[in-house]
Design a protein around this ligand. Structure first.
Ligand code: FUC
Length: 793
């Protein structure tokens, strides 16, 4: 089948040949909105993801055996737990002294003995199970395609066998909280298959009740082989249940937990699932009751009913941003073939596809009321997932939400805000026990139980900026929406309490006593425990300044504002070292050979806003030196971050070069080695799969087209249009992207030049539109759109 299809496709692409086999179907595909393949997935990272924020699935598209691996986002090992280490603060001063005395190893030892989370690690996210469909004798099929349609959030499979077309559509509906699979044959009574459920957990039970398969069980304990020495890991207490209902015009027979469907033309499978999780502190929910409620809600609804509601709900989010970067004949090839040659052909519609895929993945993994997208979004088939598939908050979880505001998916950040609110509670305990301080603090990782204490090892776990960094997302939400209610009731209380912590935590630097510094902490995962890593200072400065501004907007806490102003102004400044590099630490000790994946000290360039080629040209140059040292590669998320860095440095071509470095097939076809890049389903590879790189890429492409993080002397934002347009994306259009100050933009550009820009004012702020060095400033009215052409600049 494989070679036949490729052959036909090659013929169809040659202008002198035309065939009406696959061509019509292929031509109908918008290459910037559809992933498609002419073979089933062989591995999990070839399968196609669907999700409703809570319930995710990976569709393999097999013909004889179809596996749909699924997840429910609250199925984690463990149970509610307080990770703080009682009275750890007793060694805090000693840790600082050791570091000041240059005794880092002793500091690590003491930190590991007396300062770490209990237990030493956090818990992990779990797979739920598999829907397994068997289609007897569906071997030598023809005209096979499987697709993921990003415009409608639908996965589908279609093939022919013995003159019959077999198709299926799979969706995960948010309005109906269910995964649906619709199976169709083009002829009466031609559809025959069996369906069953399984799960990788040890304790479970499967039964069939009429046309419903029921699976229930208990989450496995945290995997033994990953347990770290020290305090025991909490036992798993989360229970789960899934129900799969089969509705068909054919005959249904059940046996041994399997339902067989025969002589059918169509069948609808409805999967619902739930766990006992209610919130990080409460797992007293009833999964059976949840499943029954979900299934009752589906009663009387056809697949088309559910699909219509699903598509309408999804498009309300997805349809807000349209991106057209142009396409060519090669764009119509299957996604795996496009990826294989992208580095050479730079097909711009594949860039648009990756961009929209990031938005699709965020919509599918983060909805109001759900958990935030974890390291793998919601998609995980592994009982021992990489890094536990939890939340690393020294870059990864924040990166997941970089596209939310700028790509007009603002409400999808809500789960992150919810997590930060929880962390401000658990982190208050950690501030008390570990620092004898008020306010709240979170270290470099968290899990569904909202662990906030330092984990793993003192050398990277003791890092105090997790909560401060996460607070930036709440501030952004205000900057983009102008929503003062949100600022007052949600963002400010969090930011204020995080600032309360830092107001007492910062200490004078013995060498420069007028400077306040952070520590013990580390520059994420590079160089071990230190006093005064640059990144901490940039993040804390950002937090304190945002908190000051928020208090002023709200007209509250004048005295506290004064304290913060004084603290903020004393935080150690960015420094340029002997190679002209921005220093990662207080001391000038950077190693130009070090290609470490974290480029933490460029935080002030992105996602911060204190370094910019226009306002701080020397520091911007120093960032370029750092990027030259670190190189153009790195893990998936590291490449994604560098796309954003270079866009912020206004170098579109370098930004695009890194995008190309990210858009390579992760697995080398010859050696089978996994080098990082993209898997065939366009999931980003750390390696292994980690979703942050997808979200970071979508953010980086947006930063090439629009930036809004600089402000004039009155605090109004500059909207920089096409600030880092790559040569390879010389012509295109985008609509629906957002800027700080409450603006929605549509841009058209051609041959590297702006053609037109429409700006809708959503809040009524002053507009400062900048393009190619020229500035247009004017007042705006809420709801009005202002249009400009190139000639206006
Ligand atoms: C941080 C990174 C790793 C990985 C992990 C999940 O620890 O340094 O590269 O992304 O998070």
């Amino acid at each position: 089948m494989k070679y036949f299809s490729v052959f036909i496709l090659i013929l169809c692409l040659l202008p002198q040949f035309s065939c009406n086999c696959d061509t019509q179907q292929v031509n109908e595909i918008d290459p910037s909105l559809v992933l498609w393949y002419n073979e089933p997935a062989e591995s999990w990272t070839e399968a196609l993801p669907v999700g409703n924020g809570r319930l995710g699935a990976m569709v393999y598209g097999g013909t004889e055996v179809e596996t749909i691996q699924f997840n429910e986002e609250t199925l984690w090992t463990g149970q509610p737990h307080d990770y703080s280490h009682k009275e750890a603060y007793r060694v805090l001063d000693k840790l600082r002294e050791l570091l000041w005395d240059g005794k880092q190893e002793e500091a690590h030892k003491l930190g590991n003995e007396k300062f770490m989370s209990e237990p030493l690690g956090q818990l992990c996210y779990q797979p739920f199970g598999n829907i397994i469909l068997n289609f007897p004798n569906h071997e030598n099929v023809s005209n096979y395609t499987r697709k993921l349609d990003l415009e409608n959030a639908l996965a589908s499979v279609s093939y022919d066998l013995n003159g019959v077309n077999y198709s299926r559509e799979i969706l995960s509906s948010e309005p109906d909280q269910a995964l649906l699979i619709q199976l169709e044959a083009s002829q009466k009574e031609a559809l025959e298959f069996s369906v069953r459920l399984d799960t990788p957990h040890n304790k479970f039970d499967v039964s069939v009740d009429g046309n419903v398969i029921v699976i229930k069980g208990l989450a496995n304990n945290y995997p033994d082989e990953k347990v770290r020495a020290g305090a025991p890991y909490p036992e798993s207490k989360v229970t789960f249940e899934a129900r799969l209902k089969v509705i068909s015009d054919g005959e249904l027979v059940s046996k041994d937990g399997t339902i067989v469907v025969r002589n059918a033309k169509s069948a609808t499978l409805q999967l619902v699932a739930g766990t006992s999780f209610i919130n990080y502190n409460d797992i007293s929910g009833d999964p059976e009751e949840k499943c029954i409620t979900y299934l009752n809600n589906l009663e009387g609804k056809s697949f088309e009913d559910v699909k219509d509601a699903h598509v309408a709900d999804y498009q309300n989010l997805f349809g807000r941003v349209k991106l057209d970067l142009g396409k060519s004949e090669i764009s119509s090839r299957p996604t795996n073939e496009r990826l294989a040659t992208f580095y050479a052909d730079e097909d711009p519609s594949l860039v648009a596809l990756l961009y929209q895929y990031g938005r699709y993945l965020l919509i599918s993994s983060s909805r109001k009321g759900t958990q935030p997208a974890n390291l793998q979004g919601i998609w995980n088939d592994d009982i021992t997932p990489p890094w536990d598939s939890k939340y690393t908050i020294n870059i990864n979880a924040e990166m997941n939400y970089w596209p939310a505001e700028i790509t007009n998916l603002s409400e999808l950040a809500e789960p992150l805000f919810g997590m930060v609110e929880d962390l401000s509670v658990t982190g208050r305990k950690v501030a008390k026990e570990h620092y004898n301080s008020d306010g709240w603090v979170a270290h470099h990782n968290t899990d569904i139980w909202r662990g906030a204490a330092p984990i793993n090892n003192a050398n990277h776990g003791i890092w105090i900026s997790g909560g401060a960094w996460l607070s930036q997302n709440l501030w952004w939400h205000y900057q983009f929406s102008g929503d003062k209610g949100f600022l007052k009731n949600r963002a400010y209380p969090i930011m204020k309490e995080a600032s309360v912590f830092f107001a007492s935590y910062l200490v004078p630097d013995p060498k420069n006593p007028e400077w306040l510094i952070s520590g013990p902490s580390n520059s994420p995962e590079n160089g071990g425990l230190v006093m005064g890593p640059t990144m901490d200072h940039q993040i804390i400065r950002n937090l304190l300044n945002n908190t000051i501004e928020a208090a002023n907007v709200l007209g509250v806490d004048a005295d506290f504002v004064q304290v913060l102003q004084e603290k903020s102004s004393k935080i150690a400044p960015n420094q340029i070292g002997r190679y002209g590099q921005l220093q990662e630490w207080l001391e000038d000790k950077d190693d130009p050979e070090n290609e470490h994946r974290h480029v933490s000290h460029l935080w002030g360039l992105h996602p911060g806003n204190e370094i910019h080629p226009l306002t701080t040209p020397e520091l911007a140059e120093a960032c370029k030196v750092v990027l030259a040292h670190r190189g153009d590669g790195g893990t998936g998320w590291s490449r994604a971050w560098k796309i954003n860095f270079w866009a912020r440095l206004l170098d579109g071509d370098h930004s695009f070069l890194i995008l190309k470095n990210l858009m390579v097939p992760s697995i080398d076809a010859k050696t089978n080695k996994d080098n990082g890049g993209l898997y065939l389903n366009l999931f980003d590879a750390h390696p292994p799969f980690q979703i942050d790189g997808n979200f970071g890429a979508t953010s980086g492409i947006t930063e090439m087209l629009l930036q809004s993080h600089l402000r004039d002397e009155n605090g109004d934002y500059f909207l920089d249009i096409l600030p880092a347009l790559p040569t390879a994306l010389a012509s295109g259009e985008i609509s629906g992207i957002k800027a700080r100050g409450g603006f929605e933009l549509a841009l058209v550009w051609e041959n590297g030049n702006l053609v037109s820009v429409d700006v809708k004012s959503l809040v009524g702020n002053k507009l400062n539109l900048r393009y190619a060095g020229a500035l247009i400033s004017q007042d705006t009215q809420i709801g009005e759109t202002y249009s400009f052409t190139n000639a206006n600049f």
